[in-house]
Structures are given as C-alpha cells and as structure tokens.
Design a protein around this ligand. Structure first.
Ligand code: ZN
Length: 310
C-alpha cells in the first residue's frame, strides 16, 4: 500500500466514528480492564467509587462543589452518557440527565429512585397539623434519599449486583466492597440513632427541604423555608409561618447550606435573634478533603449541638 494511502487511512480512523476496520480507535479514553461508570451527582459517585474500587473509573456529570438540581449538560457530557458502561442516576431529580439518558439510551442504567424506594413527605407547616406520627404524605417524591444512610446502603448493594453482572470476572470484589460499604453505612446509622436519641428539641429549620428522609429516620421534624428545590423564593406567608413555629417551639438554630446562597436563612435567623449553622445536604462535595461519611458525621455534631442532645 502506498504511503500516502496509509496516511489517509490513519487520518480517517482518527475521526471518532464507528468505521469498520478502525475498531481499535476508540472515541473515549478507556483503561483496559476497567468499566466506565458515569454518576449524575456526588452521593451516587461516592457509592460507585466505594463499590467499584480499582475495577471502575467513575466520573460525575455534576462538577464537584456545584448544586445539582438545575444541572445543564454540554453536548460532550451527553455523549459520555451514551458511551458509559454504566450510568447511575436519580430519575426525577435532574431533568437534563433524564433527557440525556432517554436520548442516548446507555447500555446499562441504574436508577437510584428504584433502589432507594423514594417517598414524599409533608414539609409545609406540618408541625401545626395533627396527624399520624409518620412524616410520609402524598405529594411530589422527595429525591434526597442519601441523607438516610440505610437507603444509601440499599443503593450500594444494587450497584454491587449490577457491576457483578456487567463484569463477572471481578464479581467477588464488587460484592465484598458493596457489603463493606453497607456495613459502614449501618455503623453511621447507628451513630445517628444513638446521637439523636435524647434531644431537647426536634425541629429542623432548613434552607431547602432536603432533610425529609433524615428527619423521618431519626424522629426529627423538618421545616423547610423553601421547598424541595433550593432556588425557590419563599413567600412572605411562608416566612411568617416558619417564624411562628420557630418562636413557639424555641428553635435555637436555622440551618443553611454551602452550595446555595445563605441569605434567606441568615436574614430570618437574625430577624428572630437566633443562630444559623451549616447543615450540608451533600448534594455536592463542598470540601474536597472530606467525603460523604465525613460530612455526615460533621452534620451529626452540628445537629447534636443545635438540638441540645445529650
Ligand atoms: Zn435538594
């Protein structure tokens, strides 16, 4: 073959298209022997890394330190969704990711909403409403399941089973790491149950209603200033309602988040003459030196101080 034709063929094969005879030229960089897992935001990424270990390469569609609710995807990211060996996402949480999954139809998809068994909670003024002891109610499904470690453990087990099926040669590793992750999360759950068992106050006034699962698990009562979406501006009526409950229940602290402007929560706290503190909904990782477990433990310490737990 003349040299010129060889060069032309090489150029053709470098074009990222599935051309016959160019199979070795892959459009994505892959490390041989590892699966590529795309997670849609941080807690799912953490689970994939814990369970996948060295056998997977995990990337997150939501940049670290970004608020994931209203994520937008670039064309390149949409393509990555289609090329991944496994996409781990939470349906109904990030519309752009739902659309990319529908459009690109990845080979394997795990929807955390199924593994975590999402429910909805009454958050609006529920403290004033007499009713059953459980926080469960009808309404939009609450996506923030990862703040209940036992639900995240269920996801870890589902991810372990999925990876074992995709990559049978490494199945034992996935299964044992899934079991270890699940055990870690059970220990975290036990610490929460013990740490929050005896508190003077049970009201959790939060910037957005991200802590429904946590409140439900540990018998606290969440009062979200905004609803399930962090950007929604609370109405004047809502602010008055929250203020009334705060006064009546002697709440000492209003919680705000790192990834969302603290303005509303801080203004309300200062109007009421009480403290404000960070309670992290772990929608992204605001401190790269920490991880899911570290932030959960920090949250527990914050809660114990604010709620007067012994
Ligand atoms: Zn949220």
């Amino acid at each position: 073959m003349p040299r010129r034709r060889l060069l032309a063929l090489a150029t053709l094969c470098a074009v990222p298209l599935a051309l016959a005879g160019c199979a070795s030229v892959s459009p994505t960089t892959r490390v041989p022997g590892t699966l590529t897992v795309v997670a849609s935001f941080y807690p799912l990424q953490w689970v994939a890394q814990q369970v996948g270990g060295d056998a997977v390469r995990v990337s997150s569609l939501t940049p670290s330190g970004a608020e994931p609710h209203d994520l937008e995807l670039s064309l390149r990211q949409t393509r990555i969704v289609g090329d991944a060996d496994l996409v781990l996402y939470l349906s109904g949480f990030q519309p752009a990711v739902d659309a990319a999954v529908a459009a690109r139809a990845p080979r394997h998809v795990l929807d955390a909403a199924t593994a975590a068994n999402l429910v909805s909670f009454a958050s609006e003024g529920a403290a004033a409403t007499p009713g059953p002891a459980s926080n469960a109610a009808s309404g939009p499904l609450d996506p923030h399941f990862w703040l209940d470690p036992t639900r995240l453990a269920r996801l870890a087990e589902a991810v372990g089973a999925e990876l074992a099926q995709l990559d049978p040669a490494n199945a034992a590793g996935y299964q044992s790491r899934a079991a270890a992750t699940s055990a870690d999360l059970a220990a975290l759950d036990a610490d929460y149950a013990q740490g929050l068992a005896s508190c003077q106050r049970h009201e959790l006034v939060t910037a957005h209603a991200a802590f429904g699962y946590l409140a439900d698990r540990y018998q606290l009562h969440q009062l979200g200033i905004a609803g399930l979406e962090p950007d929604a501006q609370p109405s004047g009526a809502r602010l008055r309602e929250v203020s009334d409950i705060v006064r009546r229940t002697q709440v000492t602290t209003i919680f705000f988040e790192r990834l969302v402007s603290p303005k509303v929560a801080e203004t309300l706290a200062s109007d009421l003459g009480i403290a404000s503190a960070v309670l992290d909904p772990i929608e992204g990782l605001s401190d790269p030196a920490s991880d899911y477990r570290g932030v959960m433990r920090q949250n527990l310490a914050t809660l114990r101080t604010a709620l007067g737990c012994s």
